[in-house]
Design a protein around this ligand. Sequence first.
Ligand SMILES: Nc1ncnc2c1ncn2[C@@H]1O[C@H](COP(=O)(O)OP(=O)(O)OP(=O)(O)O)[C@@H](O)[C@H]1O
Length: 380
Amino acid sequence: MRCCDDNLDVGLEASLDFSRPGFRLRLDLCVPPTGVTALIGPSGCGKSTLLRLLAGLEIHAAGHIRHGDRTWLDRAHRIDLAPRHRRVGLLFQEYALFPHLSVAGNIAYGLPRGRDREAAVAFWLARLQLDGLAARRPETLSGGQRQRVALARALASEPAVLLLDEPFSAVDCSLRQSLRLLFQEVLADRSVPTILVTHDLEDVRLIADRVGVLIDGELRQIGPTHEIFARPIDAETARVLGWHNLLSVSSWDRQTAHGAWGALRLGPHEPSRRADAIAILPDGPRLNAERGLPVEVARVSDMGGYQALFCRLTDRSLLRIHLAQAAQCPEPGTQTRLDVPEDTIISLPTRWHGPICVDPIGSLPLRGCMHHPLDTAVHF
Ligand SMILES: Nc1ncnc2c1ncn2[C@@H]1O[C@H](COP(=O)(O)OP(=O)(O)OP(=O)(O)O)[C@@H](O)[C@H]1O
């Protein structure tokens, strides 16, 4: 299995095989020396387990982990560094601060005594906007403040790798936004390979340079964030990435896909071979009483800036279409037709069984492109 494309500068590299009853994680992962790599996937797919394996908190994993020229794990050569020798900075959603220590004490924890320690604490208090809170205990802080202390503590020890497990999930929406920006700024000027596990796609879009999609313990696709969001390798990955309007295809008639929902013709460059699903991009289709898929308008929601129109197809599945804020929308219950332009339909396999897809541009490009995974000579 290919791990990384040849051009990727690698800070951390892992090839792991780990099992526990009812679950197996088997993957190759490369993380660049700088920037944030997000890991997303359905609940239970193994995201936290992977972080624990990298940190050395799970035993009995086969494979290897390398950081730069150091080997942390090499089962074949009986190398398995203890967590403290891996120098991993860990940050969990529950903060995990020491309750008996002040903010300054938490940041200083583990740093050698002396002037450098004081300087480091002062630097991180200022950098994470914690001035004035140095003497406070964690229980007197808000969720956002605690998370800033946790990041300060993780970075003060100058970790070789930083692992963030849902760092914003315990703070409210408005705080999340400012915390994300602060994290992004702080991480941008540190050269440390960083992995961010999250369920929030906005975290990924706003913070991560790269994103990997983990499904059933396997890394299905990884690459630059905007490219992965633009062209998921299969329908399961698309769903994780928040794509709407995924429909199963039961048969093809040249470029026309047929399913229980009706039939749609795809553009001439969209591959149909081996695709058993299609996705309809929500911004293109238009209501048109004359032609298109028969639909019933189910609901219209004001999304603040645009309207989301939910249309029920003949097989009862729902399509989500985006319309301009000012567009006239029919009442729920209206029977009409939905005109779906060819270039808003993308074909996909339900589940990709080929080699891991790395960096779509060049191997798995964006819409309307020359190569597509369904056209490459891989065996399913
Ligand atoms: N300590 C444990 N003992 C046994 N099984 C576990 C343990 N921790 C996790 N699992 C199981 O291992 C699998 C992977 O769990 P993991 O927590 O890594 O998933 P996740 O992707 O992080 O999930 P979530 O997004 O819900 O946090 C799941 O089937 C889970 O039930």
